[in-house]
Structure formats: C-alpha cells, structure tokens
Design a protein around this ligand. Structure first.
Ligand SMILES: Cc1cc2nc3c(=O)[nH]c(=O)nc-3n(C[C@H](O)[C@H](O)[C@H](O)COP(=O)(O)O)c2cc1C
Length: 142
C-alpha cells in the first residue's frame, strides 16, 4: 500500500488544522497515512514515503519557521528527490512569498511538487479545510 507522510510545523494551530485536513483527504484514498509534527520527524520518514506533504506557516519575514522546519527542510534536500510532494501553510499579512520561495526550493531539490503550494489566510474555514482534503486526495492518488 502507498505510504503518505504529512510533516508540519504550527505555532498557533492554523497550519495544524490544514495538516489534519490533508490527512483526512489522503485517508479517504485507502493509503497508509502518517501525520508528524516536524519535531518528531526524521529524514527516514521522507525516504520511506511514496508521497510527502509539508506544511509550515509564513514566519520571520516571509520565511519558514527557523528553529525546526528550516533545518528539517535542509536535511531532506536529497531524500525528497523524485517524490510527489504537496506544500501548504497559513499566513497572516503577507503576499505568500514564503510559499513561492519554498516551492522553488523544493523543486530545486528535485521534488515533484504536484500543485502550487496551497496557502490560507490565518485560520482555515470550512471551504479551506475542504481544499486541504482535496490536496490530500490528490497527493494520495499521485
Ligand atoms: C514571528 C511571526 C512572524 C510572522 N511573519 C509573517 C510573515 O512574514 N508574513 C505573513 O504573512 N505572516 C506572518 N506571520 C503570521 C503567521 O503566518 C500566521 O499567524 C499563521 O496563521 C500562523 O500559522 P500557525 O497557526 O500554523 O502557526 C508571522 C507570525 C509570527 C508569530
């Protein structure tokens, strides 16, 4: 059975709610799904997976969260090559630059980013959660 792993960082729960939506969508496609906070994730989790979803809000100044997510993303630069990948995250007041930069970076590592990085302003509403589920379904079928 296909293995999907969802790895995220979230400070106030918005990206975590998105991650749960992605998980629910992927689960509906009859695949193995693991949801991991980045603090408990290892490079092996990416290596073992057939498809990977990564979630992080815009932090710093249009950057990934610097203490856990940034070093983790650096650490999977080889492991992610050739993997179907979905990116998502919440933001506050910016223009989504962190996500376009992040997507370019993952593509430069050889990740097969299946859709443009999915961003939601602050807390996801019902429609936002639905879109997260759709992203999870798409990733599970990729
Ligand atoms: C320290 C800090 C820096 C932030 N920097 C940005 C930013 O550069 N651009 C932006 O759009 N939002 C920024 N935000 C807002 C967060 O992206 C937003 O609150 C998001 O919903 C947090 O997601 P989370 O609940 O998953 O932590 C920042 C928030 C914090 C706490």
């Amino acid at each position: 059975m296909k293995n999907v792993v969802i790895i995220y960082w979230s400070g106030t729960g918005n990206t975590e709610a998105m991650a749960t939506g992605v998980m629910d969508g992927a689960k509906s496609e009859n695949v193995n799904v693991r949801l991991l906070n980045v603090g408990e994730a290892k490079v092996e989790d990416v290596l073992k997976a057939d498809a990977v979803a990564l979630g992080c809000p815009s932090m710093g100044s249009e950057q990934l969260e610097e203490s856990e997510m940034e070093p983790f993303i650096e650490s999977i630069s080889d492991a992610i090559e050739g993997k179907d990948t979905a990116l998502f995250g919440s933001y506050g007041w910016g223009n989504g630059e962190w996500m376009t930069d992040w997507q370019e970076r993952m593509e430069s590592y050889g990740a097969r980013v299946i859709e443009d990085g999915f961003i939601i302003n602050n807390e996801p509403d019902e429609d936002g959660i639905k879109k997260c589920k759709e992203l999870g379904e798409l990733l599970a079928r990729a």
